[in-house]
Design a protein around this ligand. Structure first.
Ligand code: FBP
Length: 338
């Protein structure tokens, strides 16, 4: 997959983050999500790919934009033209605003996210839950979701040549995790409980500066595929097991081609082939700073990675609104009140 495409994808996450950034702390999670979706969708129009959304805002009948199966990217129009090679066909996984509550309350770690893979390479995850375990580079091959949290923490501690007490586990604070939290506490490991945002949490395991070693627990399945794309790029590891809340979700999964409901998906099954991942911070977080506005502009902080090269690039951008082309998504970003 092309290097230039990675930079194009950052422009798309920046657009979503800038739009959502305006909504920080306004207590309107749906509104924040809406402007992020809108900005991201419009920003795709200038990217030269033939993308198909495989992880998005839901099924076509419930999401007007970035729905599963939607074709995005300027490449579709160009492919129908006469000149040059057709644009690359890629799978697109998006979460224009991951952590809608975090943005609505101004809490840390809401991000705008995109992952791209060669055609047909992401697990078409239904909108259900996924039990997950994720670790950074250095712990590849040591985790096993079928085994207990205690077993896994001992394995991670051995790989990191430390004691279990030295590990920090990040877990979504949910009632369903009471047993997990009790077991992790019993091992002596430290815990960081978060209100939302397990994509950023999974990415945090890949960077020593965050102090996070392991993600455990159950969160969204689409978020699991996005996290897997990031972990593929950095050489971390992850496993996921789909968890259905009802028969409806189970049937939906079957319609999407999932046959074995007890299968533990390995990292390479969640996100295969050549993968690219980009995220831009919306609110300040452990790895990425959020959108900071100044008179006439804003700064953004993004990370972009590619599985092919393993390069992890952090990009700080200063956007000057008066000099930005008048993209239609800028409506969400320019100050409304003067
Ligand atoms: P949203 O961005 O859709 O609000 O999702 C936030 C999130 O915390 C995800 O990071 C996580 O995977 C999922 O919700 C957990 O779902 P639930 O809130 O139902 O436990």
């Amino acid at each position: 997959m092309e290097r230039n495409l990675a930079m194009e994808m950052v422009r798309v996450t920046e657009a979503a983050a800038l739009a959502a950034g305006r909504m920080m702390g306004k207590g309107d999670r749906k509104g924040a999500d809406q402007v992020a979706v809108d900005a991201m969708r419009r920003a795709f129009d200038s990217v030269d790919v033939r993308g198909t959304v495989v992880i998005g805002e839901g099924e076509r009948d419930e999401a007007p934009m970035l729905y599963i199966g939607e074709q995005v990217g300027a490449g579709w129009r160009r492919a129908e033209g006469v000149h040059g090679d057709p644009a690359p066909r890629v799978d697109i996984a998006v979460d224009p605003l991951e952590g809608t509550n975090l943005c609505a309350t101004g809490a840390p770690d809401s991000i705008a996210v995109i992952a791209v893979a060669d055609d047909g390479q992401f697990l078409n995850a239904p909108d259900t839950y996924m039990k997950k375990i994720a670790v950074g580079p250095g712990c590849k091959g040591v985790i096993d979701l079928r085994k207990s949290p205690t077993w896994n923490l001992q394995a991670v501690a051995a790989a990191k040549r430390c004691n279990v007490e030295d590990l920090t586990v990040i877990i979504l604070e949910r009632d369903r995790h009471q047993e997990l939290i009790a077991e992790v506490r019993a091992t002596g490991a430290r815990i960081r409980l978060i209100g939302d945002g397990d994509v950023a949490a999974a990415i945090a395991t890949t960077n020593d500066k965050t102090g996070i070693d392991v993600l455990m627990g159950t969160g969204g399945a689409p978020e699991g595929v996005l996290a897997a794309a990031a972990l593929r790029c950095v050489g971390g590891d992850m496993q996921g097991l789909l968890q259905y809340r009802n028969d409806d979700e189970r049937h939906r999964a079957e319609r999407m081609g999932i046959k074995d409901h007890d299968r533990v998906y390995q990292l390479e099954e969640l996100a295969q082939g050549q993968v690219m991942f980009a995220a831009t911070g919306v609110t300040d977080g452990s790895l990425l700073r959020g959108v900071h506005f100044f008179g006439g502009g804003a700064t953004t902080h993004s990370v972009v990675m590619r599985s092919k090269s393993g390069t992890i690039r952090f990009i700080e951008a200063e956007h000057h609104f008066d000099r930005k082309p008048d993209y239609d998504w800028m409506t969400w970003v320019r100050p409304q009140k003067t």
